[in-house]
Design a protein around this ligand. Structure first.
Ligand code: ADP
Length: 390
């Protein structure tokens, strides 16, 4: 009897185990189906991605952190002239011109920190030895744990755009040059008429001629900007450095800027007794540009304040406004040539997007850098530092 009971218990136990095993088999089958589905969806995604990469008009290249090429799409073959088989396993330096090799180190260091490099305009070398103007967007590639394991690079051929820019540029430089002389003469005649009207105390003429002079001066500023840009691009810009006192220059610029507006109050703070070493004409051009922008991009008016903050052996000069402000994405691109913010609030404000580019280039010649702090709807502050001349 006891023996039978034992067998019954064992049978019950075995049945339990059997049903647990069956359940396990069902679970495993389900996991297998799920795994198949995931694999299928990943394969589909990967096929879509490779179709995009293959059909893209841009060169898409990936490489290791050491700069060894791991993939090379058909547009890369077309643009650079090297076949995929010639490039896989090769160093990316193969397509980088000698004088641009340092760029790669800089780009790599940014990417190692996980920073994406966007619209970086540079030159690359084709197989036939010709140079190619390209715009690069480079992103870090991470594994599932988030570690950067490589880089992906999209290179757009911008040769045509560059040529077009150059043609436009030559034309504008030529026109600017031709317009400068007659415009300077017109301003001089306006000033003579203005003096005469002031003598006769003729208020209508004074008001009209003053407005005409403001407009003529705006045109002269624009033309000067274009000519400076042309000189800069031809490498012919001349920087004539000397020591000079900041305050008189700043006072004159404040007065000139105030002359352009009656909606804004322009205030100058604490620039007294500071001497710097630089090109006074070019630096006043930079500050006038910042003041002009502060006026243009504060359509509601408000205060514009110029500060000179002594900080050790240098002085920080800033122009602060209460205008429309600039969003963080645009802030990063403001100093690019021809870059203008696309916003409804300022779409009627005229300009060519070269003022800040010129300012940053001029400051580069003074070992300085222009910076912006801004908040939309609150205002902007543009600043840069100069070494104090002791
Ligand atoms: P421009 O004024 O001719 O467009 P700039 O190079 O001087 O060219 O300025 C580039 C862009 O930066 C402007 O189009 C404008 O959108 C933005 N910007 C410059 N200064 C200011 C400012 N003080 N406040 C708001 N936006 C500004």
């Amino acid at each position: 009897m006891e023996e039978i009971q034992k067998l019954k218990d064992k049978l019950a136990h075995l049945e339990k185990e059997n049903s647990a095993l069956k359940q396990r088999v069902i679970d495993l089958e389900r996991s297998e189906v799920e795994l198949k589905e995931t694999t299928k969806s990943m394969e589909e995604k990967s096929a879509t991605l490779s179709a995009i990469v293959m059909s893209s008009d841009d060169a898409i290249v990936s490489k290791t952190l050491e700069g060894i090429i791991t993939s090379w799409n058909s547009s890369a073959e077309r643009i650079f002239g090297y076949k995929e088989t010639e490039m896989i396993g090769q160093p990316i330096l193969k397509i980088i011109p000698e004088d641009r090799k340092d760029e790669e180190v800089e780009i790599l260091s940014k990417l190692r920190q996980g920073i994406r490099v966007e619209h970086f305009e540079t030159r690359r070398l084709k197989k036939n030895g010709q140079f190619l103007d390209v715009s690069l967007t480079i992103s870090p590639v991470r594994d599932t744990a988030g570690t950067i394991i490589g880089l992906s690079k999209i290179a757009r051929d911008i040769t045509e755009r560059k040529l077009e820019e150059q043609r436009k540029h030559n034309f504008v430089a030529m026109v600017s040059h031709e317009l400068k002389t007659p415009l300077t003469a017109i301003t001089a005649y306006l000033q003579i008429l203005l003096q005469a009207s002031k003598k006769d105390n003729h208020s209508f003429y004074i008001a009209t001629l003053t407005r005409a002079e403001v407009q003529a001066k705006k045109m002269i500023t624009m033309i000067k900007d274009f000519l400076t840009l042309a000189r800069l691009e031809e490498g012919k810009i001349q920087i004539n450095k000397d020591k000079f006192e900041l305050h008189p220059m700043m006072r004159e610029l404040t007065e000139d800027a105030q002359f352009l507006t009656n909606k804004h109050v322009i205030e100058l703070n604490s620039c007294d007794g500071i001497w710097v070493y630089g090109d006074p004409e070019k630096l006043s051009h930079v500050i006038m540009n910042l003041l002009n922008n502060a006026i243009k991009y504060s359509p509601e008016g408000g205060a514009i304040t110029i500060h000179c903050d002594k900080q050790g052996d240098h002085v920080q000069i800033s122009v602060q406004d209460e205008g429309v402000g600039i969003n963080p994405a645009d802030q990063k691109r403001l100093f690019e040539r021809f870059y203008r913010v696309n916003s409804d609030k300022i779409k009627t404000v005229s300009g060519f997007g070269i003022g800040l580019y010129l300012a940053s280039e001029i400051l580069r010649f003074h070992d300085s850098k222009i910076e912006v702090k801004s908040q939309e709807g609150i205002g902007s502050t543009f600043s840069f530092s100069l070494n104090i001349h002791q």
